[in-house]
Design a protein around this ligand. Structure first.
Ligand code: 28F
Length: 644
């Protein structure tokens, strides 16, 4: 309320609103995870999630997202439109409540499924607080209402900007992320398309249109998959070799819980099972996944025994055998989901386990009975895996017995470090003896171990576990790390908490690096998930002018250095030494540029998007040549030293 002397005195509610916004702007990371690019994209998801909630309630099937020239974003839907009436408790329009009171977005008490973003629905008010400005336009009751906010604070009322003749309903939100908050304010279209494609797969009745209007030529993508999660499985398998043509799909609803499952086997050796609860990716799994895995293992074993493909005295197929090569999406929708785990992405509701287990048991048994051809293919695949696993176990026993006999506990080539506390130790896996040599000289032997790689490498993407045992390049790595691999992996036995891949910056170096990453990702994934894998960044150039010398790690840094020093490329008092391989550096150089923790650059390998990562390994390392060629041709223009 503003009195005559233009003095604004706030009532209790308004003070609460201001304190809320203040808190958000002071610690934005608490609400949206980070203010980096990830946070910038997260606030779009928050707004779109409100439209998705409206769709889950059954009132919206079209959502538009537009990236505007001024880096603002427009989102609009054809839902009912946010109510504009005065909120009974807060005595201000509901539309204003939703955008200014923290956590007021809890739309549906009883009847709907609250779909909330990764941080579980911080809602539109947080986005508003972190936006330089936001405008919301609601079409409802035949009228158009509009309110404008600046950094979360209303600068207009909820004004009627069109009195009548509005024959549609919906909500439109336009907002401009605040440059005072976000380090990065330029949107990446690919990131948004990937996320909204996932949303369209998970919500088959929705059409999400996303348009990039920041350039002259407009770029619009329409995302709609009436096949829902079956289309999602087909999309994930598009570069794989599937072993039965149709996706197995079933759904069930009991009381207020909905379950949907889509699954299809491929000839690959890895498992791709993804799960969601109310559209939130449950990356840590939970009761729905437990129920699903228990059920499919039981159903496949029962079917294999019933059809006599598993003999009386054969051991049971393990869960890993049954899931080898399986791509599956398990989705549940429920009221009051309990999210647990480190990143709050593990479903905790106990009743969901038995519900999922009984539905999957009943439905999958029926499908195998009705489709004996598909059933036979699946059973054969799991038996193959079972036998290979048995062979791997025997190979493992043999290796253990052999090493016990010859007590070659650590590979000969390993130059170990003296400290025995794994949390302080790091191991450099180095390609080539010359680099290995100078690395051994250059290192700090208290906490740095060196393992030079030699022999023929194995592309594990196309090999099973038993092949890994015999491989002369990989087994020294497995032995040196000490934590085993595959089902046997035990991180408590890991001897170094930093595993640093140090390979040349050339094509051969990147090939060995990719093969190692494929091995770690496919057979030691917890090592990647727990942030133990790093990539050393050797310098690309040494630039010398008189006494001054600098190491730069890529072309961009070189250009930056030349600009900062105001040096001209033509100036022949400057010498450039391009490092082809690690071996070219002496141990001293290798130590200020690549190994010394104080001055080196190492890249931690982390998997942000498991589906995309799986696709990249499948395309780059898998059986099919065509998708690899397409991938390389698509990205070739951005990579300068590529030979196809
Ligand atoms: C571009 C972003 O925010 N769409 C939304 C609705 C619809 C309702 C609603 C939203 C009332 C008090 C909770 C309408 N009619 N798109 C959007 N569409 N919020 S947000 O209600 C808010 C509730 O707080 C809506 C009847 N019930 C709900």
């Amino acid at each position: 309320m503003i009195d005559s002397k233009n003095h604004v005195d706030y009532n209790e509610e308004q003070i609460q609103v201001l304190e809320g916004l203040e808190a958000v702007r002071k610690r934005p990371g608490m609400y949206i995870g980070s203010t980096s690019s990830r946070g910038l994209h997260h606030i779009v998801y928050e707004i779109v999630d409100n439209s998705i909630d409206e769709s889950l309630a059954g009132y919206c099937d079209k959502i538009h997202v537009i990236l505007n020239k001024d880096n603002s974003v427009t989102v609009y839907d054809n839902g009912r439109g946010i109510p504009t009436g005065i909120h009974p408790k807060l005595k201000i329009p509901t539309m204003q409540v939703v955008h200014t009171v923290l956590h007021a977005g809890g739309k549906f008490g009883g009847d709907g499924y609250k779909v909330s973003g990764g941080l579980h629905g911080v809602g539109a008010s947080v986005v508003n607080a972190l936006s330089e400005w936001m405008e919301v336009i609601v079409a409802r009751d035949g009228k158009l209402y509009k309110q404008r906010y600046e950094r979360g604070i209303p600068v207009t009322g909820v004004d009627i900007i069109c009195e009548s003749g509005i024959d549609y309903t919906g909500t439109k939100t336009i907002f401009k992320p605040d440059e005072e908050i976000f380090e990065e304010t330029v949107y990446d279209m690919d990131i948004l398309v990937k996320r909204f494609r996932e949303m369209a797969f998970l919500n088959k009745y929705i059409t999400i249109t996303i348009a990039d209007e920041r350039q002259e030529e407009k770029n619009e993508i329409v995302l709609h998959y009436e096949g829902g999660i079956s289309s999602y499985v087909e999309y994930i398998n598009k570069n794989k070799v599937v072993i039965h043509p149709e996706v197995i799909y079933f759904e069930a609803k009991k009381d207020d819980v909905e379950l949907e499952v889509a699954m299809q086997y491929t000839d690959s050796f890895n498992e791709n099972v993804y799960s969601y609860a109310n559209n939130i990716a449950t990356t840590e799994g939970g009761t729905h996944i437990t129920g699903f895995k228990t059920a499919i293992t039981k159903v496949v074993n029962d079917y294999a025994r019933k059809t006599n493909q598993l003999k009386e005295n054969d051991k049971n197929l393990s869960g890993e055998d049954v899931r080898e090569g399986l791509t599956a999406i398990v989705c549940v929708k429920l009221h009051e989901p309990q999210f647990e785990g480190q990143t709050k992405t593990k479903l905790g509701n106990a009743e969901i386990r038995s519900f999922t287990e009984s539905v999957v048991t009943e439905k999958l048994s029926y499908i195998l009975e009705e489709n004996p051809k598909i059933a036979k293919i699946i059973i054969e695949k799991t038996l193959l895996s079972f036998r290979a696993r048995e062979a791997a176990r025997k190979a493992r026993e043999l290796t253990k017995r052999k090493s016990a006999l010859e007590n070659t506990s650590l590979p000969g080539k390993l130059a170990d470090c003296s400290d025995k506390d794994p949390s302080k130790c790091e191991i450099f896996i180095v390609e080539g003896d010359s680099a290995g040599g100078s690395a051994k000289q250059g290192r700090d032997r208290r906490f740095q171990a060196i393992l030079p790689l030699w022999g023929k490498m194995l592309n594990v993407e196309k090999a099973r576990e038993d092949k890994v045992y015999g491989n002369e390049k990989l087994s020294p790595v497995i032995t040196a790390l000490g934590a085993g691999f595959g089902d046997e992996l035990d991180l408590t036995k890991l001897r170094y908490h930093k595993v640093i891949i140090m390979a040349d910056a050339d094509v051969d170096g990147s090939h060995i690096r990719t093969l190692l990453l494929t091995f770690f990702y496919r057979y030691m994934k917890p090592l990647v998930d727990n942030g133990h894998i790093y990539i050393a960044q050797p310098p690309l150039f040494k630039v010398k002018k008189g006494k001054e010398e600098h190491y730069v790690y890529n072309e961009r840094e070189l250009a930056k250095l030349m600009k900062e020093k105001n040096w001209a490329k033509g100036d022949n008092s400057i010498s450039f030494q391009r490092f082809k391989g690690l071996g070219e550096m002496n141990s001293e150089q290798l130590w200020e540029t690549t190994m010394n923790p104080e001055t080196r650059k190492i890249l931690k390998v982390d998997v942000e998007d498991p589906i995309l990562t799986d696709e990249i390994f499948t395309v780059l390392m898998g059986e099919k040549v065509e998708p690899r060629k397409e991938f390389i041709q698509k990205y070739a223009k951005t990579v300068n030293n590529l030979d196809i």
